[in-house]
Design a protein around this ligand. Structure first.
Ligand SMILES: [Zn+2]
Length: 303
C-alpha cells in the first residue's frame, strides 16, 4: 500500500515501472540517474540513519544508528545500514555525514567504515571532539582509510550533484566557538532542495539551534521535516515548526524506547497541525521519492 501525496506524471510512472520490471535490476534505485531523488529514513531503532540518492547519482548517508555491545548487540550500521546498501547494490558513498558524535548517530558508522567493500569519498563532521569509544574508533577509521574529512563552514553548500541544492544551515558559528553548546546543538543541519520539494535533516538539534535557524534569514518552509532529537520535548519548538510548516514529519524512534520519545508536547503539536506523521518504530523504513514536483511516501510496514 502506498500513500501517494499527489499524482505522478505519466513519464515518471513509466520510469519507475521500467526500473521495477527489469529483472534483477535496481539500477534506477542505485544510481539515481533518472530524475528521481530518493530519501530513505532507515529504521535503526532508537537512532538516526538517512540514505539519500540524488538525481545525479550521488549517494549520501547521514548517521548510521547506534553501536552494539555485549549487553545490547543491535548495531544500526551492521544490522540495518550495511544490509540495506547491499540489497540496493550500493558500493560507494559520495559523502557520509555524522550530525554529531552521540552513539545513536555515530555508533553504527564504525561498522559502515570498517567494511572495505563500501568506498567512502568524504566525511562531513560537526567538528565537536568527543570522548567515546565509538567516536574515537570512527575518527581512527577515517584516518586509516584516508577519507577526506570536512567540517562545514557557515552556510556551506555541499556538492550533491547539480540537480539538488544542499546547504548546511546550522551551526552558524565557527566550530571553535561552539563549546557552550550541547553536543545535540552542535548537530549539523542540512536543508536539501530539489525544485519544489525540500527536506530538512536536523540530527538532534534542539530549541537553541532551532531558534538560530528561525532567525537566520534562511528559508524556513520545508516539505519534509525530520523532527529534531527523536521528537523530544527539547526540540520542535512551535515558532520553528510553524515557520517550517511541513507537509510530512518523520520521527526516528525505537519501539518502547527508554527516553519515551516522542514526547507528548511534540506529538500534540504535530497532531494539531495536520502534517502527515511517520515514525520508524511503527512504519519501519520510510522512503520518499520525488521528481522535484510531486512526492510519494512508501513505508516498509505498508509494502
Ligand atoms: Zn539522537
Amino acid at each position: 500500500m502506498k500513500n501517494t501525496k499527489t499524482t505522478y506524471l505519466p513519464g515518471l510512472l513509466a520510469i519507475l515501472l521500467l526500473v521495477l520490471l527489469i529483472p534483477g535490476s535496481n539500477a534506477g534505485a542505485t544510481t539515481g540517474k533518472n530524475n528521481i531523488l530518493t530519501v530513505t529514513y532507515l529504521d535503526v531503532r532508537q537512532g538516526d540513519a538517512e540514505l539519500i540518492r540524488t538525481p545525479d547519482g550521488k549517494v549520501i548517508l547521514i548517521d548510521a544508528g547506534q553501536s552494539g555491545n555485549k549487553y545490547r548487540p543491535f548495531d544500526g550500521g551492521k544490522d540495518v545500514v550495511l544490509p540495506f546498501l547491499e540489497a540496493e547494490g550500493i558500493k560507494k558513498l559520495d559523502m557520509v555525514v555524522v550530525s554529531h558524535p552521540h552513539d545513536d548517530h555515530v555508533g553504527g558508522m564504525v561498522s559502515v567504515l570498517s567494511n572495505n567493500n563500501i568506498s567512502v569519498d568524504a566525511v562531513l563532521d560537526s567538528g565537536l571532539i568527543y570522548s567515546s569509544g565509538a567516536y574515537e574508533k570512527y575518527i581512527e577509521l577515517v584516518k586509516e582509510r584516508k577519507i577526506k574529512f570536512m567540517i562545514p563552514k557557515k552556510g556551506e553548500f555541499l556538492n550533491w550533484g547539480d540537480r539538488v541544492t544542499a546547504q548546511v544551515i546550522y551551526p552558524q558559528i565557527p566550530p571553535e566557538k561552539r563549546s557552550h553548546l550541547s553536543p545535540n546543538n552542535n548537530s549539523i543541519v542540512i536543508r536539501m532542495e530539489y525544485d519544489d520539494i525540500s527536506f530538512l535533516f536536523t540530527g538532534d538539534c534542539e530549541h537553541e539551534g532551532e531558534m538560530e535557524i528561525t532567525h537566520s534569514g534562511a528559508r524556513n518552509k520545508i516539505t519534509v521535516l525530520k523532527a529534531g532529537h527523536h521528537g523530544s520535548e527539547t526540540a520542535t519548538g512551535s515558532d520553528y515548526y510553524f515557520n517550517a510548516d511541513p507537509e510530512v514529519v518523520i520521527l526516528m524512534v525505537g519501539k518502547r524506547n527508554k527516553f519515551h520519545h516522542p514526547h507528548w508536547p511534540t506529538e500534540k503539536l504535530l497532531r494539531e497541525t495536520g502534517a502527515d506523521i511517520y515514525r520508524t518504530d511503527h512504519d519501519g523504513n520510510i522512503t520518499i521519492t520525488t521528481d522535484g514536483k510531486t512526492y510519494e511516501v512508501v513505508t516498509a510496514a505498508e509494502e
